[in-house]
Design a protein around this ligand. Structure first.
Ligand code: BG6
Length: 490
């Protein structure tokens, strides 16, 4: 095995999916707090007027807010040297536009970082993992308003200054490309950009996420504003502490043409450019790629929102590190009758050579080696990091409390092997954080039942459970992998 000595091994979570305490210590509502649960066949619904009788999974999540010491101790026991988490923007600026930051929120994350430091765990902090304060959505229209750039930069400055000696690794926006992914634009607009149409914001009905209205012009303008906010943040971060390493974060849903039919190849290339490449190209290269202007033209999007001043900002704020999530691959074809995968978030065209999870996510470890190679080819000067990878599955607790999740080990083992192959290929991969090292709320379905953890949490979709934590078989397996620096994966 060829993992470098200082390779970063750990796990990743997001504030809204683990913290709970949704209105505690000054925090106000943020986007995920308005979402109810769904399942593989039922999209999550959005309900803007909080209904006290409904079950909103983010409101308590797994109560990391009150369990962080116990959880970080368990991560340390597995040997983590990195822990990816997000700061919930709404804990620091509860309404997004407050004059002064909320000291209780700042103190909470300070305590979390100090707890990590006790065990020699480096935090990797995402500034925004879908956690846009709700007030920014309703009052300013999320990132479709340039004012939100200033609000975000002010928030980033506040946490950079406060934690400049405690945190070195930062990511600006989680899965910034989600609004560009086929079939997700409205969901991505709300989650990633805080953009919703007035009509939906004011609705008193539950709206399935799949039915939210999206306006392409507004979505691409908002995304542009997010690029600008990200670039300004990178530049500012380096001024505050030149040792900061600041990355982007892309949902890399790797695509293959379903057949060698040149029409499938071209359809695949075009989808890849928009869904997977566009945002990374802007954030790593510091400029809009040529192909996007053809897409804009063909889709009636007026790109005049890109100002000359913005172009300079994008060039000056390129990222130090490219990070991405990798769960699955999908196929692309022009054949409208091609078989589709199951799943309400990531339904794609079925690959006849791959098996899928119970949520229809196609399992493709070899695709990870392929992805690392194509990314290195595309961005040869930029180190890479996998900041999410994992297997959502139903777990069964045996009578004696044990959880035999061999299927999860079987998922991870070949993915780790694929990383090793990519390192052998010369890819500058610096680290790996698995998604949800502890069970948490699913972003796509809002379920607890879609479990990712090495650590089980007693919490269920009907709102029952005492939040107690226990170790699954995979806990001991991952501990061994880290201890041996990736040598022992059996
Ligand atoms: C990524 C997100 O898309 O995938 C996470 O960054 C999310 O927030 C993860 O939880 C897994 O998706 P899901 O829908 O299974 O929670």
């Amino acid at each position: 095995m060829s993992f470098p000595k200082d390779f970063l091994w750990g796990g990743a979570v997001a504030a809204n999916q683990c913290e709970g305490a949704f209105l505690e210590d000054g925090k106000q509502l943020s986007v995920p707090d308005m979402l109810l649960g769904g399942d593989v066949n039922t999209p999550r619904t959005f309900l803007p007027a909080i209904d006290d009788t409904a079950f909103y999974p983010s409101h308590e999540a797994i109560d990391f807010y009150h369990h962080y010491k116990e959880d970080i101790a368990l991560f340390a026991e597995m040997g983590f040297n990195v822990f990816r988490l997000s700061i919930n923007w709404g804990r620091i600026f509860p309404n997004g536009d407050d004059e002064e930051p909320n000291e209780a929120g700042l103190a909470f994350y300070e305590a979390v970082f100090d707890e990590c430091a006790k065990y020699g765990i480096t935090p990797l902090v995402t500034l925004c993992h879908y956690e846009i304060p709700w007030n920014i959505v309703t009052k300013y229209g999320g990132f479709s308003n340039r004012k939100t750039i200033d609000l975000f930069v002010k928030y980033a400055r506040t946490v950079f200054e406060r934690y400049k000696d405690k945190v070195k690794y930062w990511l600006t926006f989680n899965e910034i490309n989600i609004a560009c992914m086929a079939g997700h634009s409205a969901l991505g607009a709300l989650y990633g950009l805080g953009v919703m149409e007035e009509e939906d914001i004011n609705s008193t009905d539950r709206i399935p996420l799949s039915e939210l209205k999206g306006n392409q012009q507004r979505i691409f303008e908002a995304l542009h504003n997010e690029f600008v906010a990200s670039a300004l943040t990178v530049k500012m971060g380096h001024e505050i502490n030149p040792d900061f390493v600041i990355g982007n974060m892309i949902a890399h849903s790797t695509l293959y043409p379903l057949t060698p039919n040149p029409d499938d190849i071209m359809a695949c290339l075009k989808q890849d450019q928009i869904a997977n490449d566009f945002c990374g190209d802007v954030q790593v290269r510091g400029e809009y790629p040529s192909y996007i202007f053809r897409y804009f033209k063909e889709n009636g999007i007026d790109p005049s929102f890109i100002t000359e001043e913005d172009k300079v900002i994008l060039k000056e704020g390129t990222v130090d590190l490219y990070t991405f999530s990798y769960y699955q691959t999908n196929c692309v074809t022009v054949d409208p009758d091609a078989e589709k995968t199951a799943g309400n978030l990531s339904a794609g065209v079925k690959n006849p050579y791959l098996k899928a999870s119970d949520w229809g996510w196609q399992i493709d470890p070899e695709g990870l080696r392929y992805t690392l190679n194509i990314l290195h080819d595309r961005y040869p000067q930029t180190p890479l990091m996998i900041v999410e990878n994992g297997f959502g599955a139903f777990d069964t607790v045996e009578e004696d409390g044990s959880i035999h999740d061999q299927y999860r080990i079987d998922y991870f083992r070949p993915h780790i092997k694929a990383m090793n192959e990519a390192l052998e290929d010369g890819v500058p991969l610096i680290g790996y954080t698995t998604w949800g090292p502890i069970d948490l709320v699913s972003a796509g379905t809002g379920q607890y039942a879609k479990r990712y953890g090495f650590i089980y949490v007693d919490r269920h979709d009907d709102g029952t459970g005492d939040f107690s934590r226990s170790k699954k078989d995979s806990f001991y397996w991952y501990k061994k992998v880290i201890e041996s620096n990736g040598e022992d994966i059996d």
